[in-house]
Design a protein around this ligand. Structure first.
Ligand code: C2O
Length: 599
């Protein structure tokens, strides 16, 4: 591979606020904060609101500089990487504070649960396993044979039979997710700031390491160092899009009763699940939706590292936002599988309990496999970050010898070095590029007006779009018009910089799950399917904690360069953006804008 290792300024963003539709020249007066006379602020809203829960969102850049200098004393400081993305973060990698592990923050009604790791006396640094001639191969769960299943069941029974305080026990393995994902840890050097592994660039490496040790422990319990966990091949219509049968045998240690009874095989998984009944969808339609969802998440929405792997998360800061695959299909698959008879869709449907279902590890093996596949795709900059704050980020896991091991992100990038690869199977979604719902008008020459202007045909709809003011509360469908700062970009420009639709300052109550969809240039969102280019993406979050008033503020970034090509909208100076709530809420949104990102 010949990835360029040149350091790129991660956030070379240009920001432009959304503008009301230019129907009447007086419209601006009703949007004082949106008029074009408004001076753009020096700091970008996203950099502030997206990355922090703190109460000082309007600190001027200079002040945040000072604050940063004050914070430099904590932990190692790395180089001159830009901090424009988070005024509270320092240029240093994150690390969980093991000693300060406390009670996790759980959803309402869940009895207090301890999930910190067992006591440790020393910590060892990770060493790569002995190099192998051929890596172990993690199999697709639908293709495994009886011998394999017998081995896996034996290993898992042994793991479940270990005393609960043994760090290798299934109880402790499940606790890893609870502790890391429900705020049991704070950040080293920042005793008041929660440490998180979701919604940022830590998502893929954290879960890779988690599975790595889970697998090593299983292997050691059956004296088979070659044992490899299976992956739930939910992106593959050839037997992959149902809960794998090895997990549904009620007498097996791989079974978990807390799953959605309506989603047992042969019900097909819905990778863009909206908590609705699935019966309305024919299997053929469901498969086609799933393939299009995959294409969007990995190919068209993942052209640069931050859009696929997630946005930066630095010491002292907040997670910068989830990447495309974490958002969809990763989170919908959790929600789809979890049991709606339980208060929070336990086990898989909520993070504190997700690790209690053996299916979790197969789900995440496929997520992990997507990271590998993504890096092999052509076009765009599909490579790992070269930012030290990512590479040097730290996690801790117990290994098969009950040693607590300190690992770094940088050692997780190549699975071959970790001793494994994924069994190759067909990847049918690579050919499933979404198509515009309405065929392109062939008269490109005639098309002198943008969609937003021609959209005036529906006066009611246009009036609706102009009446949007920010921050907006999303209770029902909202349509607005967003200005594009650069038009008709060349192929080179498009390869260099991705056009990103930023739904900024998304604020909601962390206790509740939330999903809303984002459509571009569409007149009737009811018709929209994942296979349509107009479907730009979704925001999805599962419920986290019950701390009253624990609001989270984050943002959603969607790569739209390909979509604009598909919709023949590259020359338009505006796009029409429609947000459609699917479940959860209330949610408020600070701004919607277009930025350009290089990494
Ligand atoms: Cu840590 Cu699928 O979640």
């Amino acid at each position: 591979m010949s990835w360029s290792h040149k350091k790129i300024n991660i956030m070379s963003w240009i920001s432009v606020t959304s503008l009301p539709i230019p129907l009447s020249s007086s419209s601006s007066s009703s949007f004082p904060h949106l008029t074009k006379h408004r001076k753009p602020k020096r700091h970008h809203l996203c950099k502030v609101s997206c990355h922090t829960n703190h109460d000082v969102p309007n600190e001027e850049p200079k002040a945040s500089h000072n604050r940063r200098n004050v914070l430099i004393g904590f932990g190692g400081l790395y180089g001159a990487s830009t901090l424009a993305d988070n005024p509270f973060a320092i240029a240093a990698p994150t690390s969980p504070d093991l000693k300060g592990c406390g009670l996790p923050e759980l959803p309402e009604g869940v009895p207090p649960t301890k999930c910190c790791p067992p006591k440790y006396s020393n910590i060892i640094d990770f060493k790569f396993p002995r190099p192998r001639r051929t890596p172990r191969v993690r199999p697709a769960a639908q293709y495994v044979d009886d011998t394999y299943v017998a081995k896996y069941k034996k290993a898992l029974s042994k793991m479940k039979a270990l005393p609960p305080d043994d760090p290798r026990s299934f109880t402790q393995q499940a606790n890893v997710h609870c502790a890391y994902c429900n705020d049991a840890y704070h950040q080293v050097g920042f005793p008041k700031i929660d440490y998180k592994v979701h919604d940022s660039w830590l998502f893929f490496p954290f879960h890779r390491w988690y599975l790595y040790f889970y697998e090593r422990i299983l292997g050691s319990l059956i004296n088979d160092p070659d044992f490899s966990i299976p992956y739930w091949n939910w992106d593959n219509p050839y037997g992959g899009m149902v809960i794998p049968s090895i997990f549904t045998d009620t007498n097996s240690p791989l079974y978990d009763p807390r799953r959605n009874v309506d989603h047992q095989p042969p019900t097909l998984v819905n990778l863009d699940y909206n908590k609705n009944k699935d019966s309305s969808q024919s299997p053929k339609q469901q498969i086609s939706n799933n393939l299009a969802t995959m294409y969007k998440s990995v190919v068209s929405c993942g052209k640069i590292p931050s859009l696929f792997l997630g946005s930066p998360y630095r010491a002292g800061g907040e997670p910068g936002g989830a990447g495309s695959l974490e958002t969809v299909p990763h989170t919908p698959v959790h929600v789809w599988t979890g049991d709606p008879r339980q208060p929070h869709r336990e086990d898989l449907g909520v993070f504190y309990s997700a690790g209690r279902d053996p299916l979790f590890y197969a789900h995440h093996a496929n997520v992990d496999r997507m990271w590998n596949i993504w890096k092999t795709l052509p076009r765009g900059k599909r490579r790992d970050f070269t930012d030290k704050d990512w590479l040097e980020s730290i996690f801790y896991f117990y290994d098969e010898n009950k040693n607590l091991v300190r690992v770094k992100v940088k050692d997780s990038c190549d699975t071959k070095k970790l001793g494994y690869v994924y069994k190759d199977v067909e990847i049918p979604w690579l050919g499933e590029k979404p198509k515009p719902r309405k065929p392109k008008s062939n008269a490109k020459a005639k098309k002198k007006v943008s969609f937003a202007e021609s959209f005036g045909v529906s006066a009611a709809r246009a009036a609706e779009a102009t009446s949007v003011t920010f921050p907006l509360t999303l209770n029902s469908k909202v349509t607005t018009v967003v200005k594009r700062p650069k038009l008709s970009r060349s192929t080179e420009e498009k390869e260099e910089e991705e056009e990103v639709l930023v739904i900024d300052g998304i604020e909601f109550d962390m206790e509740k799950a939330l999903k809303f969809d984002v459509f571009i240039n569409d007149e009737d969102e009811k018709e929209i399917k994942p296979g349509n280019s107009e479907f730009a993406g979704s925001f999805v979050s599962v419920s986290h904690s019950m701390q009253s008033n624990k609001k989270v503020k984050t943002c959603l970034r969607l790569g739209i360069t390909d979509l604009l090509e598909d919709l023949d909208a590259e020359d338009d100076d505006t796009i029409v953006v429609t947000l459609v709530p699917k479940y959860g809420g209330p949610v408020t949104i600070q701004d919607i804008k277009i930025e350009f990102a290089t990494e």
